[in-house]
Design a protein around this ligand. Structure first.
Ligand SMILES: [Fe+2]
Ligand SMILES: [Fe+2]
Length: 244
């Protein structure tokens, strides 16, 4: 694992990125510097010291008030217990489904706040709308956060790009995502997204948010026409996972 690269991708939203050359993949964690700071993605447990070091370049990690993630998986929330220890006032935030069915993981240290679809999380100057996106990118408990003031979508595994990508780009990330998903289809990481008629509806709903910045877990963050990017990614998901 390499030392984290820290980049401000939107006002007071920082991307703490750790590249793992062995698997040719970046893991990105987003920290929001606000009155009640938010961390989105804890990272893997063995990555914790690195991510913590990256976050410490932005703020005192013990200030973090909210720790959120899309779904229960090692890179999303594997270091949740470590983070809750480092940030004694932090509360885990996940979907209502997550708070019920993954209780042993998400509420093991401190009771998680289970968010209903459309519910907002206020952090000070920022307001995050929780979007229930069950099974998208994957996982019954999946959800995303949309920051409404600056139009930033914290989109987890959507737009997954392999490689050591630049922190932020205005170039096309959909083609990169298509190539990465195609690569995964050829190996043990096939079937990344469970595709159903609901996938299309969920993707259209995300597109309608018209985000300006896409905070992407694996690969570059994207700034530009988020609506168009999400509509194009919808086509890619249908093409790769929707075929019988
Ligand atoms: Fe995932
Ligand atoms: Fe991921």
């Amino acid at each position: 694992m390499q030392e984290p690269v820290v980049t401000e991708i939107a006002p007071d939203i920082y991307r703490v990125s750790v590249f793992v050359p062995e698997i040719n993949l970046q893991f990105n964690h987003f920290v929001v510097d606000d009155e009640e700071p938010l961390l989105f993605h804890t990272g893997l447990r063995d990555m914790f010291p690195l991510v913590m070091g990256g976050v410490a370049r932005v703020m005192d990690p013990s200030r973090i008030r909210w720790i959120s993630f899309s779904h229960t998986e090692s890179d999303e929330c594997g270091a949740l217990a470590e983070w809750l220890q480092a940030a004694p006032n932090a509360t885990p935030v996940c979907s209502q489904v997550g708070s019920l069915v993954n209780r042993d993981f998400v509420s093991a240290v401190r009771e998680a706040r289970g968010m209903a679809d459309g519910e907002t999380l206020e952090t000070g100057k920022y307001r995050f709308r929780f979007l229930r996106t069950a099974q998208l990118p994957h996982g019954w408990d999946a959800g995303l956060l949309f920051e409404e003031t600056e139009s930033t979508l914290l989109c987890s595994d959507l737009f997954h790009q392999n490689g050591d990508c630049e922190p932020i780009t205005e170039a096309d990330v959909v083609e990169r995502a298509r190539n990465s998903l195609r690569e995964y289809e050829a190996g043990i990481l096939a079937d990344y997204v469970p595709y159903s008629p609901r996938t299309d509806r969920a993707m259209q709903r995300l597109a309608e948010l018209n985000p300006r910045t896409l905070a992407i877990m694996h690969g570059s963050s994207y700034v530009g026409d988020g609506e168009r990017a999400l509509r194009e990614l919808n086509g890619v998901l249908r093409e790769i996972f929707g075929e019988p």
